[in-house]
Ligand binder design. Structure first.
Ligand code: GLN
Length: 205
């Protein structure tokens, strides 16, 4: 059976992720397609989903307005693999605060038991790249692109920490759910997208 991957296209970095997933499917030689999805109907048809980086308050509010948030939560809780990137990881979290302005009234999926700080490394002009490692998922070295990135200050018992940068947690996993603070779609290295496509393939079969 063919695999259908989706990239949530409500707000944010959609095209780069579609291209990276396409490249990953080709490199793995898997029978699969990738499509951008927005409506509850479209979301219900994918086997695995990327929630891209962008602006989490806007993404959350628009997802409530079009009914996407509800079906996303249902599907992820039922086991659909999801990769939340930056704002996408914020969407997955239970609690998020901005480093400077504190608590923001923003709709979250309330799924990942992580305590998250938005804009943890500063604003746009403090964006940076750094080599990080994701050893436990077989990626010893990865170029992390951090843009107004969040970090995680605390995790629940059942959350696996995949990576830290300067003592701050920047990647986590819990079963079918992965969250990363950096942008893998903005590098030419598709290893994290490959890992996610493989995970979706494994959990589907
Ligand atoms: N700072 C953004 C937010 O808090 C996330 C930035 C990003 O996705 N690159 O929503």
């Amino acid at each position: 059976m063919s695999l259908t991957l989706g990239v949530l296209s409500i707000q944010g970095d959609v095209l780069e992720n579609v291209l990276a997933v396409k490249a990953a499917i080709d490199a793995l030689d898997i029978d699969g397609t990738v499509t951008s999805v927005r409506t509850p109907d479209e979301i219900s048809n994918v086997d695995g989903l990327i929630i891209p980086g962008g602006e989490s308050t806007t993404m959350g509010r628009l997802s409530v307005a079009n009914g996407a948030l509800k079906i996303l939560k249902e599907k992820i809780e039922q086991g659909m693999p999801v990769l939340g990137i930056c704002a996408g990881m914020i969407m997955l979290s239970k609690t998020a605060q901005d480093k400077v302005v504190g608590k923001i009234d923003q709709p979250l999926l309330d799924i990942l038991d992580i305590k998250l700080e938005r804009n943890s490394f500063g604003r746009q002009r403090e964006s940076f790249e750094s080599d990080i490692s994701l050893n436990s998922i077989g990626i010893p070295s990865f170029n992390g692109v951090f843009i107004r990135a969040p970090s995680i200050s605390d995790v629940g018992n059942d959350i696996e920490v995949l990576s830290k940068f300067n003592e701050k947690i920047v990647a986590v996993k819990k079963n079918n759910i992965i969250g990363v603070a950096f942008h893998p779609e903005l590098t030419s290295d598709i290893s994290l997208h490959k890992y996610f496509v493989n995970l979706t393939n494994t959990l589907k079969n």
